[in-house]
Design a protein around this ligand. Structure first.
Ligand code: I3P
Length: 109
């Protein structure tokens, strides 16, 4: 599965709150391949290679949990992703259907 997602990092590994100045929303083209969610920056092209920075942004979804962010009301169609090492991300999907599709795909790999 792939598509545009806007990401906010809420907590780095071990659940540590991400520091001020690094908590903004950023748009990525997300590619879910096996147990890795790749987050590609910049303009989308189907043949584009992942850069070193893109690889650093990749998220392991092994033993992770995605759920609708019902307590987050500032933006619509936002879901949480909590990883096995307790990173916490918020992802905003383009619409409700996409949000549900990402949640289902992440939770059923
Ligand atoms: C953050 C940015 C986020 C905001 C976050 C800010 O600032 O404005 O949009 O989250 O608030 O810290 P910066 O870009 O300097 O990191 P919301 O959009 O959810 O309000 P937060 O620290 O309360 O999460």
């Amino acid at each position: 599965k792939n598509g545009f997602l806007v990401r906010k990092v809420h907590a780095d590994s071990d659940g540590k709150r991400r520091p001020r100045g690094k908590r903004g929303w950023k748009t990525f083209y997300a590619i879910l391949k096996g147990l890795i969610l790749y987050l590609q920056k910049g303009e989308y092209r189907p043949d584009k290679q992942l850069s070193d920075e893109d690889l650093k942004n990749a998220v392991s979804i092994h033993h992770s949990l995605a759920m609708k962010a019902s307590d987050y009301s500032k933006r619509p169609n936002v879901f949480y992703l909590r990883t096995a090492d307790w990173r916490v991300y918020l992802f905003q999907a383009p619409n409700a259907e996409q949000m549900q599709s990402w949640i289902t795909r992440i939770n059923t790999v």
